[in-house]
Design a protein around this ligand. Structure first.
Ligand SMILES: O=C(O)CCC(=O)C(=O)O
Length: 473
């Protein structure tokens, strides 16, 4: 039975789309879109591609060949993913060239010998080659708290896995993907239920999207696993509702960028030899997706070891450790992340209030954005308040010492640059720490936040004070 395709994805010219339109139509509505016209100046599009659109594999192999990367075997499944192994870029490219020459002589080789079809995935290219500047992140995707955070902090630090701290695999979510025609990615939703964007440097991809309000239809009876390949013969006994699903389909061409919203399950096929760049990211608009996933995974982690609860000294600690191991972060990691971003948004807002002579400063687009961010952090803190986090106060951040932390101040400066760039359309400017911390926020300096409830009170306090004081000017 084929898929029931009911629509396609909007395609818009990025040069005719304003940031506020992108937010209004796609980011806040959580709808996919393909954006054209934003990759003209990318170095990757010149260096990595021949004039006829084929990937310049020789260039990539000779320039980056020694890098160690993860390669998926598209013909073999391991649990819910394709089987992966490590390889050097030059070995991967040698096998790709070899495969393509065989395939050229025998076009049906894909089906005969699917095991040879290799797909390079999740190459942390920017981390490995920071000086090379293969591309610039388009304006629409700049408000990226995930990668900004990981440039300054670790998402999860566990004494047991201390030696792995510098492991490049969780250092950021900025990737290069490369694969021959026929390579593909099985049905999934993205890590942390983040947004992603994916840009075709060369080649063509076919995307199949299932909207979040239908994702339950693709799960098994226990809501544990989804279908692996939407084109295989789906077993009706295991997946009784799959036949009711309806799909969006979309072809993404060379030099087009697709925005994948939070929680949309998708499957992707390379219709030609393809190289793509993609980022996973989240911000104030989809933070609630991250929290909802953590809560769901926490419940599953707890249920899984329920039978040892009575004999376990620190059952809650074990659940949080398992959550971090499975999902990549636990409640405490996420709360710390939220605190730092809430503080950073408060610093920006105070700075904006201080430097503006206009009493209407808080109705500027930038101020509204910062207020929105704080409101969404507050909404999540309210939800978090009903969890174990409200009882176990083992996270304490006081505003005064956070403001003295050079790493936090660097993050703040980057966030300020980001919002200047997005809203004032000025080039990415250096922001000085001295400008930022001179914020006249003395009254806030003694605030100490230990739990979600404190965070809610703090955000309310800041918003009321700043906005009230702007009316009094
Ligand atoms: O390009 C691919 O094969 C998969 C990309 C993907 O799933 C994503 O960007 O979310």
């Amino acid at each position: 039975m084929g898929l029931n395709i009911v629509g396609t994805v909007d395609k818009v010219n990025g040069n005719e789309l304003s940031y506020s339109n992108f937010v209004e139509k796609y980011l806040s509505k959580n709808e996919p879109v393909v954006i054209t016209g934003l990759m003209d100046d990318w170095r990757a599009c010149k260096d990595w591609v021949f004039d006829d659109g084929r990937p310049n594999l020789q260039f990539i192999s000779s320039t980056f060949g020694t890098s160690k990367v993860q390669v998926a075997d598209c013909g073999s499944r391991e649990f819910t993913e394709q089987k992966r192994f490590d390889m050097s870029v030059s070995d991967f490219i040698a096998k790709w060239v070899d495969f393509s020459s065989v395939e050229h002589d025998n076009p049906s080789i894909n089906k005969l010998n699917g095991k040879t079809l290799l797909y390079l995935k999740d190459w942390h290219f920017v981390k490995e080659y920071p000086e090379y500047k293969a591309y610039t992140t388009p304006l629409f995707f700049h408000d990226d708290w995930l990668n900004l955070y990981l440039d300054h902090y670790h998402m999860h630090e566990d004494p047991d896995t201390y030696q792995k701290r510098d492991d490049i695999s969780c250092s950021d979510y900025r990737f290069v993907y490369m694969g021959a025609k026929g390579t593909w990615t099985p049905f999934h939703a993205d890590v942390f239920r983040s947004y992603s964007w994916s840009a075709n440097v060369c080649g063509k991809k076919q995307w199949y999207f299932l909207s979040p309000n239908q994702h339950h239809l693709a799960f098994d009876r226990n809501m544990k696993n989804t279908v692996y390949d939407i084109f295989e013969e789906v077993n009706e006994t295991i997946f009784p509702n799959f036949k009711k699903t309806t799909w969006l389909e979309c072809t993404q061409d060379e030099n087009e960028i697709i925005f994948v919203p939070s929680g949309w399950y998708h499957q992707v096929h390379n219709l030609e030899d393809t190289i793509s760049i993609n980022h996973n990211w989240f911000n104030g608009y989809n933070l609630s997706w991250v929290w909802d996933l953590l809560l769901k995974d926490y419940k599953e982690a707890t249920e899984y070891i329920e039978d040892i609860k009575d004999i376990c000294d620190d059952f809650e600690g074990l659940c949080q450790r398992n959550l971090a191991a499975n999902t990549g972060m636990n409640f405490y990691d996420f709360f710390k992340f939220m605190l730092r971003f809430s503080f950073a948004n408060i610093v920006q807002l105070c700075h904006l209030a201080k430097k503006s002579d206009d009493v209407k400063w808080c109705s500027s687009v930038k101020a509204k954005h910062l207020i929105f961010n704080l409101e969404s952090a507050k909404d999540i803190a309210i939800k978090m308040n009903f969890t174990c986090l409200s009882e176990n106060h083992n996270i304490t951040l006081d505003f005064r010492s956070v403001l003295k932390d050079p790493v936090f101040l660097k993050l703040c400066c980057q966030l300020e640059r980001t919002y200047d760039f997005i809203h004032d359309q000025c080039a990415l400017m250096k922001v000085l720490v001295e400008d930022l911390v001179d914020v006249g926020i003395c009254k806030l300096l003694d605030v100490v936040v230990c739990n979600p409830e404190d965070l809610v009170v703090f955000i309310d306090h800041v918003l009321q004070n700043l906005i009230l004081s702007s009316h009094k000017r």
